[in-house]
Design a protein around this ligand. Sequence first.
Ligand code: IMP
Ligand code: MG
Length: 174
Amino acid sequence: MSETIRVLLSEEEVDAKINEIAKIISEDYNGKQVHLLCVLKGGVFFTCELAKRLTIPVSMDFLSVSSYGSDTKSSGVVKIVKDLDQAIDGKDVLLVEDIVDSGRTLSYLLEYLGNKNPRSLKLCTLLDKPERRVVNVNVDYTCFCIPDDFVVGYGLDYAQKYRNLPYIGVVELD
Ligand code: IMP
Ligand code: MG
């Protein structure tokens, strides 16, 4: 089976929105240092682009969870594959994700991180598919709400492909 990719959000649209969100976050965290927690691998492109645009002091750490296999179906299983390198107690933590889909991953992570005594804990996502929500998650910063389509690019993959696309595209199976 092969697939084609239809552009949903252009590189320019994504860039402009990240600029906007970065400005809002910089204002909200004025006078503080924000500790960005990037969820690998999908969140890495968005985290870097966001970090470059923040005007407040930034520190960063990475974690990795497993939630999906190599197709477009959720396994429903959330497991920490790579844990934090640095403690987050007393830090103003901003969890950065590529997409909130069922909400299972984020709801698990928010509880996991919340138990580590951060001073604050917020969530920022590039994409949100609200129609797909199974578990309620409070998202503080959302760049785009999108319909229930499987998307790739800007860190998001389909069977590990297309993460490097500089735009967001919908996968159409031929
Ligand atoms: P959730 O736990 O169902 O919210 O799933 C979150 C994770 O599933 C995301 O961080 C992505 O890695 C993956 N995912 C969900 N929807 C998509 C999609 O449309 N394209 C690529 N990955 C997706
Ligand atoms: Mg992800």
